[in-house]
Design a protein. Structure first.
Length: 369
């Protein structure tokens, strides 16, 4: 027998004990009860879930108590509408289990949204199938779901937004999925090697050693999804390539999934050069945060320029992620908010591009006064 009691219903617990001892049951005063007698034993486990997880979510969602005994489901609660909605949800979920044989968390949430009329937390998107067996990556926010769908449906996608929104990670995951499904023959991960306050000339080693730190975030992401040894083999076979942006000049990449990370640090000329590397049956994802450019103050960002130039071209999609899409430590969202733009005369405001990347936080003359 599966039984779940809402701890808020002290009277319900008392009457449940009476029912068990006497075989008779009367709902407590002021509570409404309904019953469902069409739950076959064969669907009980998938319907209520492992360790009654679905049953607990129903109880919490509608603030009701639910018991199952001899194929009879009793639903009781203090709110008539909630009891009716819970009963309707159980009947609908039962139909899904009979038809499909199982009940996934996504189907559960979609059914709850249909019953209550509430919107889904975000648009559901098919998970990303990566190389490691049994591993699947799914979007955690509405913006991430839109990002994944845009990559699937468009050949050129721009993703702009703050740190921690999954711009690079999800793009790499989609590239790995495309490689696994043989939709592409090669993954190319690209980053501009722009100095962020330090000089490359003072770093130890040859040029390759100097630029490796710039490429490390891309390597970290792909190592997490495929595994170090397999990545090394694929790199030796030239199936995976990680390179600075300067190495892209003069090339044409066919049947490739190409990702340009930290695109806010490209110049207009570099962005044009990169985008024109796209060959047949290739896909490009360009990601960046326009608020964190390391370009000299008077150098226009190739990312901002491309967003304006290409916005009306069919097949090009721009996805704008926001603070609500940050999925790192909760402090990251608060840090991003703390660095929000302070309006100053002469600076343009374009949504997430409204932070002056060259503002070091020093007080202005007015503030000092």
């Amino acid at each position: 027998m599966i039984a779940v009691h809402n701890l808020g219903f002290a009277e319900y617990t008392f009457w449940e004990n009476v029912r068990r001892s006497s075989g008779a049951y009367r709902p407590p005063t002021g509570m409404t009860e309904t019953t469902i007698s069409t739950i076959e034993p064969s669907i009980v486990l998938p319907l209520f879930g492992a360790k009654d997880q679905h049953l607990k979510r129903l109880r919490d969602r509608f603030d009701v108590a639910i018991t199952l005994r001899n194929g009879l489901v009793r639903i009781s609660g203090e709110n008539d509408q909630n009891v009716a909605l819970a009963a309707a949800a159980i009947e609908r979920l039962s139909e899904i289990v009979r038809r499909r044989g199982n009940l996934t968390p996504d189907l559960f949430e979609e059914t709850m949204a249909e019953i209550t009329g509430d919107p889904l937390p975000f648009r559901r998107s098919e998970g990303i199938d990566i190389v490691q067996s049994g591993r699947e990556i799914k979007p955690k926010t509405a913006g991430q779901a839109a990002y994944i769908e845009a990559i699937r449906q468009h050949d050129l996608v721009f993703a702009v937004g703050p740190a921690g929104t999954g711009k690079t990670y999800l793009a790499v995951a989609m590239a790995v999925e495309a490689l696994k499904r043989q939709q592409v023959r090669k993954i190319v991960l690209v980053r501009p090697a722009v100095e962020a306050g330090e000089s490359l000339g003072f770093l130890p080693g040859d040029m390759q050693a100097k630029i490796n730190p710039y490429l490390r975030p891309l390597l970290d992401a792909i190592h997490e999804m495929i595994g170090f040894d397999q990545v090394q083999r694929l790199m030796m076979q030239d199936v995976i390539e990680v390179a600075p942006l300067a190495y892209m000049r003069g090339r044409t990449l066919n049947q490739a999934f190409i990702i340009l990370d930290e695109a806010q640090n490209t110049t207009v000329a570099q962005m044009k050069m990169f985008l024109t590397r796209m060959g047949f049956e290739s896909k490009i994802v360009v990601s960046g945060d326009p608020t964190q450019t390391d370009l000299p103050r008077q150098t226009p960002s190739g990312l901002n320029d491309a967003l304006k130039r290409l916005q009306k071209i069919p097949g090009v999609k721009t996805v704008r992620l926001s603070q609500q899409d940050i999925v790192r430590n909760r402090l990251v969202q608060q840090i991003v908010e703390a660095y929000e733009y302070r309006p100053r005369p002469g600076l343009e405001s374009h949504g997430e591009m409204c932070l002056d990347p060259h503002d070091d936080g020093s007080p202005t003359g007015d503030e000092e006064a």
